[in-house]
Design a protein around this ligand. Structure first.
Ligand SMILES: Cc1cc2nc3c(=O)[nH]c(=O)nc-3n(C[C@H](O)[C@H](O)[C@H](O)COP(=O)(O)O)c2cc1C
Length: 386
């Protein structure tokens, strides 16, 4: 599909539903239990307003920032996501290329369906703005070699996700015939075959890519299986051991309060991501924007605090940064775009977010993301029905 049809995240979502089999769309779009936390994430952004300043004579607003010594041309990173290789043949390497071409970083999930070596090799000899996200259900015997492989392949930072000691209860996946650990049941296979037949464009794209890949020299090492990953019960001692072993920055993802942020800091991490996994793990967990202030108050003087879950517009990026986030990550927004138009779709999505962010700052009268703070927000606007 023509990537220029992506004009917003909502539009990318609508187009994605028409681009891939229903079960795949539901896997991306869905969340845990009653999807309350997923809804809360977005509602929390809607509940914050702005305090603009008029006639603020300014040029193009500054969108760039720096994280761990790397300059980013916009403060939006691509979050680690499982199974990206099933959405479009461009897969995880395509996501990494899109991030690089738009001046940001992509985080490769341990369960993306592509090995860290393969994705790094696909980027060629140029710049590799890659981080690696770790799951290791097998414990230390599994994570030590994975960590060393990611380091060997040149990944700049390690992200450790701590909110997945078990897989969340994704009921849409159950309805589509997957078990609680994401194994396809026979009944699901029959239904999936019908859904694939209804999306012939996707089937042809994926089929062609599979044929083209036949007989190619594999640069892959083993990866963590999606089924197994629902159960990576890391402890703070594990995190401290990872900090010891990994030479670059270690970032913990999945913190939802000041006490855990402090524990992460004590374990020696270099950064924290306030995340509830897009509402896919514990339903009823707080919206990330609601707990961001307490995490920022606790640790932001020491390490950068990032946020994800529910970021859908440039104005959301502004709100999170005005509340102290150093940058944000997006998950579903770029997955929808990947499903629609591969690498070009993800690039387009980043362009849309960039112009959105630039326009919001201009309308706000704020010269750059580096100037954002609480004074630009109206934390308690008159409520509107969501
Ligand atoms: C389909 C899908 C797969 C995901 N897989 C992973 C994963 O493998 N590892 C991880 O740490 N987070 C994973 N996440 C969570 C994202 O990294 C991120 O926290 C979340 O998508 C942010 O919320 P948003 O989708 O509202 O932007 C996944 C999210 C989605 C939607």
């Amino acid at each position: 599909m023509d990537p220029s049809r992506i004009t917003s995240v909502a539009e990318a979502r609508r187009l994605a539903a028409r681009s891939v089999p229903r079960a795949l769309f539901d896997y991306v779009d869905g969340a845990a239990d009653d999807e309350l936390t997923r809804a809360r994430n977005e509602a929390a952004f809607h509940a914050v307003g702005f305090r603009p300043r008029m006639a603020a004579s300014m040029g193009e607003p500054r969108l760039g920032t720096e994280l761990f010594g790397r300059s980013l041309s916009l403060p939006v990173l691509l979050a680690p996501c499982g199974l990206v290789t099933a959405l479009h043949p461009d897969g995880a390497a395509g996501v990494a290329r899109a991030a690089r071409s738009r001046g940001t970083v992509s985080v490769l999930s341990a369960v993306a369906g592509a090995s860290p070596e393969r994705v790094a090799a696909d980027l060629g000899s140029g710049d590799r703005p890659l981080w690696y996200q770790l799951y290791a259900p097998g414990g230390r015997a599994e994570w030590e070699p994975l960590l060393d492989r990611a380091a060997g392949a040149g990944y700049e930072a390690l992200m450790v996700t701590v909110d997945t000691p078990a897989l969340g209860n994704r009921e849409r996946d159950r309805r589509n015939g997957f078990s609680g650990s994401m194994k396809l049941r026979p009944r699901g296979a029959v239904r999936l075959a019908g859904q694939v037949a209804a999306r012939p464009g996707w089937a042809v794209r994926m089929g062609r890519a599979a044929l083209a890949a036949r007989g190619q020299q594999a640069t892959d090492g083993p990866t963590v299986g999606l089924v197994a990953a629902g159960g990576s019960p890391f402890t703070w001692d594990d995190i401290a051991a990872m900090v010891e072993r990994w030479e670059g920055p270690v970032v913990v993802k999945g913190v939802l309060g000041a006490a855990d942020a402090r524990r992460a800091l004590d374990a020696g991490v270099a950064g924290i991501v306030v995340s509830n996994h897009g509402g896919r793990q514990l339903d009823g967990a707080p919206a990330t924007l609601d707990v961001l202030p307490e995490v920022v108050a606790e640790v932001a003087r020491a390490v950068p605090v990032l946020l994800d879950s529910g970021v859908r517009r440039g104005s959301d990026v502004v709100k999170a940064m005005a509340m102290g986030a150093a940058a944000v990550l997006v998950g579903r927004p770029y997955l929808y775009a990947l499903a629609v138009a591969g690498t070009a779709g993800v690039e387009r999505l980043l362009d849309v977010l960039r112009s959105d962010l630039s326009r919001t700052l201009t309308l706000l009268g704020c010269p750059g993301v580096d100037e954002l703070g609480a004074e630009w927000l109206d934390p308690d606007p008159v409520a509107i029905a969501d």
